[in-house]
Design a protein around this ligand. Sequence first.
Ligand code: GAR
Length: 202
Amino acid sequence: MLRKTKIAVFVSGGGTNLQALIDAQNRGGITAGEIVLVVSSNEKAYALERAAKAGIDSCVIRRKDFDSQDAYEDSLKAKLAEYGVELIVLAGFMSILSAGFTSAYPERILNVHPSLIPSFCGKGFYGLKVHEAALAYGVKVTGATVHFVNEVPDGGKILLQKAVAIEEGDTPEVLQRRVMEQAEWILLPQAVQMVSEQIQKG
Ligand code: GAR
């Protein structure tokens, strides 16, 4: 059997995308990789309980506990090295990573973003704000994107996208849920399997 790509999932909140990855792993949807570590930027993130229930190691590393971005990212890198992590998945991770960090893992960091990039993305567009902006603009179709992370916010190479319809009367919360159910929770496990396989094939 092939060795599995070691995956770290970075989270900050509810962790429904982490749960989608755990569920996919359990039902055999991610065979080329294995989540070995969950890193949270927030000690209160419910994602930590999801990790614990799944028997996955986790840790909390907060930017505010360090004097500099470099010191913060050195601590992240040390943790990743300790676990031999080969693929990093940002799943609702709200802390900023500098070019110094992203350039250390070229095409080894994935992010899920809740819109069709290049719409409603980049600095300031995260979580519910993305859906608020889509509704305020009046677009009729939105969706989700999984992309590689580089030094440009939401600017790395796109791997997968899926469109989701906006319906009459949508609130940001209703739309967020639909985008998760119809796009994010499907695309993210697919992308993780795809990239994990590529890493194994070298
Ligand atoms: C998800 O919708 C994810 O796409 C978004 O935050 C939410 C996290 O939910 N990420 C971003 O906006 C990143 N720019 P989750 O914690 O339940 O997975």
